[in-house]
Design a protein around this ligand. Structure first.
Ligand SMILES: Nc1ncnc2c1ncn2[C@@H]1O[C@H](COP(=O)(O)OP(=O)(O)O)[C@@H](O)[C@H]1O
Ligand SMILES: [Mg+2]
Length: 266
């Protein structure tokens, strides 16, 4: 796995989005959202269901088009076919539901190889690369020729993470990657993501409705309410002393973490 170099202090943002606006009919799902993520850092987006988090993720990764706004990656606008293609290689995506986001007709090895094939990177060393990726997500013993139905939700999410890492992205967008999983498995997946970040110098955009998760894993947080960023700050500040009533409401909805859970992320 490629390790991305540690960012210099004061480094330019890896990803910068400005004025992202998206309408579905007359409904404005995103209203001039700005966002910036620095190399090696984790920015969380929190907000209740329907606040526009997934729409923002899909726009940033290029699965959906904004009605207005710009995305810059490493200082350059992501515009035009070539820039988009290069961008797609540099950004991985992990979705919420590891059942829906895997094609059940593919073996798990084929699932992990998908981005390599899409970018013409599979070639001869592909099988070895797939093995390396599965190992990186803690699935070293598994049969790459097995079909997804044999695996649990947590293992499937590991496969999805391996797929997201296939092209050695510098940024991974995770859209509620643990919320469809059993509570007992959630911490393992979060710890895996943290571990991969440390080892590979990844930046994350981490979408969640859980401020407890934000506190454990992120540097900064943007609070999204009905398509608008209403609060932004360091994860510590925002979760300790939220300024906006909406953020306080989100915090109140989260049960205090147990002492055992507190070990996570340390
Ligand atoms: N393809 C779509 N067509 C119409 N409305 C949509 C579509 N996708 C999302 N929306 C609406 O946009 C809003 C934000 O959705 P979403 O981004 O999925 O929110 P979140 O991920 O925060 O739960 C919701 O009101 C949702 O119903
Ligand atoms: Mg969503």
């Amino acid at each position: 796995m490629k390790r991305h170099p540690s960012p210099a202090p004061g480094a330019a943002p890896l990803l910068e989005a400005a004025g992202i606006t998206k309408r579905f009919g007359r409904y404005t799902a995103l209203d001039a959202v700005d966002l910036s993520i620095h190399p090696g850092r984790t920015v969380s987006i929190v907000g209740e269901s329907g606040s526009g988090k997934s729409t923002l993720a899909r726009i940033l990764v290029g699965l959906e088009r904004a009605d207005a706004g710009t995305v810059r990656f490493r200082g350059r606008p992501v515009r035009g076919r070539r820039a988009r293609q290069a961008f797609r290689r540099s950004v991985g995506m992990v979705f919420q539901d590891p059942y829906e986001s895997i094609d059940p007709r593919l073996t798990i090895g084929e699932v992990v190889a998908e981005p390599l094939r899409a970018h013409g990177l599979y070639r001869d060393g592909g099988a070895g690369r797939v093995r390396e990726l599965l190992t990186a997500v803690g699935m070293e013993g598994v049969d790459a020729d097995a079909y997804p139905h044999r695996f649990s939700g947590g293992q499937r999410q590991r496969v999805c993470i391996a797929r997201a890492l296939a092209t050695d992205p510098e940024l991974v967008i995770c859209d509620e990657p643990t919320s469809a999983l059993d509570v007992s498995v959630q911490a393992q997946i979060l710890n895996l993501l943290l571990d991969l970040q440390r080892r590979n110098g990844l930046a994350y955009l981490f979408i969640t409705h859980d401020l407890d998760v934000v506190r454990r894993i992120s540097d900064e947080v943007d609070v999204l309410m009905r398509g608008k960023v209403v609060e932004r700050g360091s994860a510590v500040e925002v979760t300790r002393e939220p300024r906006h009533a909406y953020t306080r409401g989100l915090l109140a909805a989260v049960p205090a973490s147990s002492p055992r859970e507190r070990r996570i992320g340390t």
